[in-house]
Design a protein around this ligand. Structure first.
Ligand code: COI
Length: 357
């Protein structure tokens, strides 16, 4: 049951300085306001509010601290050259939020109402949407379980919040191809687990592998399936695509891979250009063999934060696969230009993906 009450807006009287538009890091600066919504069993979701950004108070026994019952989303608002603000397929994020919530036994939200609340928040924070090429306003909706109870069971109370952060590129080098370690010790997710849900534990459980990979000079890790350590799944922060001898391939969604909205958009965009994407099992061995045969033409990641991030090198069991001489590939560049062009209103949006705020 979902209750949509009247949105209450409390404006901040203490506005912060905005970062210079060409100096925006990823995820460390937050805007003046945030959205909050409460849930109680029997009452449903209620009390939608936009309030000044700031700390919240929780009981130390709040269930989020103990069993990690939480889900989140990542989306962006973009500034067009003529000053408008666009969202990219925002309805898909609230749809996925509910899918993640279902997996974590969190009650669903009203997706339409959420989009309306988000629109009001973005309207209020419009001046925070940066305008420089490669920047945007990152939107982080999330839900935490707030009931004070140590029982191992779904909570009876939750808080949903949306916070906003002006951001530049996720990887510090921007479009410079990244070096990725193919992880064959640790596991991110297995079929039947929570891999397809956007939930905190999927990310923090990767930190140890990530730290090892970073020490060895890699930017992130590429996860393999948890059983055979043979098939490619996704990178910690993005889905992955390969161009092998002219064919575009990405791992098929299998329950342990996140169903990325940028992933879907790239598949649909390529389809609209008459290029099909094979969604299938891809073994790391197949990639290595393609590399040895000189057929590994391009590798790129896709994600809201990562956009299109070209991969310049894959490291697997001491073997180094250099992709396209560490240069961004032609297709990766075209996809980056087109998708960011659509998102920022520079190029036509034939598939009707953007929503003006
Ligand atoms: C996103 O792309 O929005 C994500 O949530 C990935 C996160 C690891 C930054």
């Amino acid at each position: 049951m979902v209750n949509t009450y009247q949105l209450e807006v409390v404006e901040s009287t203490n506005k912060k300085d905005k970062p210079l538009h060409d100096q925006v890091p990823f995820g460390t600066i937050f805007t003046d306001h945030m959205f909050t919504l409460e849930y109680e069993e029997g009452k449903g979701w209620h009390e939608p509010k936009i309030v000044p950004y700031g700390p919240i108070t929780l009981d130390p026994a709040a269930m989020i601290f103990h069993y990690g019952q939480t889900v989140f989303e990542g989306m962006k608002a973009y500034r067009t050259e003529d000053g408008r603000v666009l969202l990219f397929r925002p309805e898909k994020n609230f749809e996925r939020l509910n899918l993640s919530s279902e997996r974590l036994s969190i009650p669903p939200v009203d997706e339409k109402a959420m989009l309306e609340y988000l629109t009001e928040l973005i309207k209020l924070e419009k001046n925070w949407v940066p305008a420089t090429q490669g920047t945007s306003l990152y939107i982080r909706p999330f839900i935490i379980s707030t009931e004070a109870n140590l029982a191992v069971a779904p909570a009876k109370a939750y808080k949903l919040m949306i916070i906003l952060s002006p951001v530049g590129s996720y990887f510090t080098g921007g479009l410079t191809p990244v070096i990725i370690h193919v992880e064959d010790q640790f596991t991110r997710a297995v079929k039947g687990g929570t891999g397809m849900a956007k939930t905190a534990g999927n990310y923090s459980s990767g930190y140890q592998a990530q730290a090892n990979a970073k020490k060895a000079g890699n930017a992130d890790v590429l996860w393999l399936d948890g059983i055979e350590k043979k098939y490619i799944e996704e990178v910690g922060s993005m889905n992955i695509f390969f161009k092998i001898n002219g064919e575009i391939v990405t791992p098929a969604l299998n329950g342990s891979i996140l169903n990325g909205i940028t992933r879907t958009s790239i598949i649909e965009l390529l389809g609209s250009w008459g290029i099909s994407v094979a969604q299938r099992k891809v073994s790391v061995n197949e990639i290595y063999e393609a590399y040895e045969a000189g057929q590994l033409e391009e590798v790129f990641g896709t994600g809201t934060a990562a956009v299109i991030s070209p991969v310049g090198e894959l490291n697997w069991q001491g073997k180094k696969m250099v992709v396209n001489n560490h240069q961004i590939g032609e297709l990766s560049q075209k996809l980056y230009d087109t998708i960011t062009g659509i998102q920022t209103g520079k190029v036509e949006d034939p598939l009707g993906w953007t929503v003006e705020v």
